[in-house]
Ligand binder design. Structure first.
Ligand SMILES: Cc1ncc(COP(=O)(O)O)c(C=O)c1O
Length: 461
């Protein structure tokens, strides 16, 4: 039995058992299937069982967890090439466990000033990475969706002073749905989120956007927010940020750059060239749980002027009257949350421990792997590759149409060596392969290539 506050022997049992479970998982990971079948009913019954009054067995409970986790798409593995993989750095996961154990309160800065400064330091470094000015700041969130809500709220507060039913937001069909969702939560009617055309490479058509913005303004609406995407979810392409920033400046719009997936490629030379102009954004979202390989649960919002974010989110309560504050703003004054886990260590530790060059090299490897795969697939008559990838998302389909593309994906995933997903581009299905996990290397991409070729070969007879 383990007490609520275990003694040294109890702690040793607990940490050894959890460490053993971690080790077993990591030992098996390289050979784990990329996906499994459905969990049996007995497994579902076990996980859903209500806790008993009496203590359970630690080993049994950990094995229930491990078994439940095994029926899944192996999102931690190198063969996971669907959606946005990240793998989940062990160093970050362990940092998380340490931070949770120390359990410092960092919703406000007074209770753990040096940890608040640590988190703020990570955000400052990110701001500098994107060339934001010294006024910049931000907040770590659970992910880009929440970061986007914070950006939208700050943009509206700063540009409009409050809600205005005439206020309009500009996106493209490839903008992530978290923008429309944030707008709905913030009280915008659906038709106040305006979808502007894209160019032949699925990027924001800035000239068309300018015409829509001008027409809306002439019709009495209040255009205030332009969303550009640095790495769209479906295509991985980067909107032309300099042109978007020019339009935002001309039309008096707040420029939000959704870099949830693509912004971290700023660390690489190729990425920085594509992201040129990001330094002119009013706000940027990025997801360390995507392109910095962290476990799920860490997003970041950066703003050009931290005071603007603060003005939009600061709130008062008599029960907080003892807080004097420090030089660093309270994270709760920069976003919707008050109490939150300490998110600084899960980023700070891996960044300092591995060094930035390790992240740069890993991202460069993903770009190289994707480019090589493109070259190989573009020469294959069994598939039609849609475009040369800009970052690490590759799109292809069966030349025989949507039903064949669906079947192609089913056959590739049925190998259980890799796992890919699909999307719709210009009204037609496309299979989407994203190389992003720190655990994805040459052998996984070769496996994907073999699986694609074999499935395409069978389909084309
Ligand atoms: C471009 C883009 N923006 C925003 C999001 C939302 O991020 P999150 O899932 O971290 O909330 C995603 C998620 O995949 C995305 O691809």
């Amino acid at each position: 039995m383990i007490d609520l506050e275990p003694d040294r022997a109890g702690r040793a049992t607990l940490t050894r058992a959890v460490t053993d479970a971690i080790e077993r998982f990591l030992d098996r990971l390289p050979d784990a299937p990329a996906s499994t079948g459905e969990p049996p009913a007995a497994v579902l019954d076990r996980v859903a069982a209500a806790p008993r009054e009496t203590p359970g067995s630690l080993d049994e409970l950990l094995s229930v967890f491990s078994e439940a986790a095994s029926y899944a798409v192996e999102t931690a593995g190198g063969g996971y090439l669907a959606y946005f993989p990240a793998g989940g750095l062990l160093t970050s996961a362990l940092a998380e466990s340490l931070a949770a154990t120390v359990n410092r309160y960092t919703g406000v800065t007074d209770l753990a000033p040096a940890l608040a400064a640590m988190e703020h330091g990570v955000l400052r470094w990110l701001g500098e990475l994107f060339g934001l000015p010294a006024t910049a700041g931000g907040v770590l969130t659970t992910g880009a969706s929440l970061a986007t809500l914070g950006a939208l709220h700050a943009a509206r507060h700063h540009r409009l002073g409050g809600h205005d039913a005439r206020a309009t937001i500009y996106v493209t069909e490839h903008t992530h749905h978290c923008v429309a969702k944030a707008a709905a939560i913030a009280g915008f009617a659906p038709d106040r989120v305006r979808t502007v055309p894209t160019d032949e490479r699925w990027r924001l058509d800035v000239a068309a956007a300018e015409r829509v913005v001008a027409a809306d303004a002439a019709a009495g609406l209040r255009p205030f927010l332009l969303v550009a995407t640095a790495g769209t979810t479906s295509t991985g392409t980067v909107d032309q940020l300099t042109a978007a920033a020019d339009l935002a400046a001309r039309a008096g719009l707040w420029l939000h750059v959704d870099g949830a997936y693509g912004a971290a490629f700023q660390l690489t030379e190729r990425g920085a060239a594509l992201l040129r102009g990001i330094d002119r954004a009013d706000s940027i979202t990025l997801d360390p749980h995507k392109s910095l390989f962290l476990p799920y649960g860490t997003g970041a919002l950066l703003v050009r002027d931290q005071a603007v974010l603060h003005a939009a989110h600061t709130a008062h309560g008599d029960y907080l009257r003892d807080l004097a504050g420090t030089e660093v703003p309270h994270p709760s004054d920069l976003g919707p949350e008050l109490t939150r886990e300490f998110r600084g260590l899960r980023l700070w530790l891996p960044l300092h421990l591995h060094g930035i060059a390790a992240f740069r090299a890993a991202l460069d490897e993903k770009l190289d792997l994707t480019a090589n795969l493109y070259t190989a697939l573009a020469a294959d008559p069994g598939v039609e590759v849609l475009a040369e990838p800009e970052l690490s998302v590759l799109l292809f389909r069966s030349p025989a149409g949507d039903a064949a593309t669906d079947e192609l994906l089913r056959r590739i995933n049925a190998t259980r060596e890799v796992f890919l997903s699909s999307t719709r581009i210009d009204g037609r299905l496309a299979i989407r392969l994203c190389v992003l996990s720190h655990r994805t290397h040459r052998r996984h991409v070769d496996q994907a290539l073999r699986a694609i070729r074999a499935a395409a070969g069978i389909l084309s007879g």
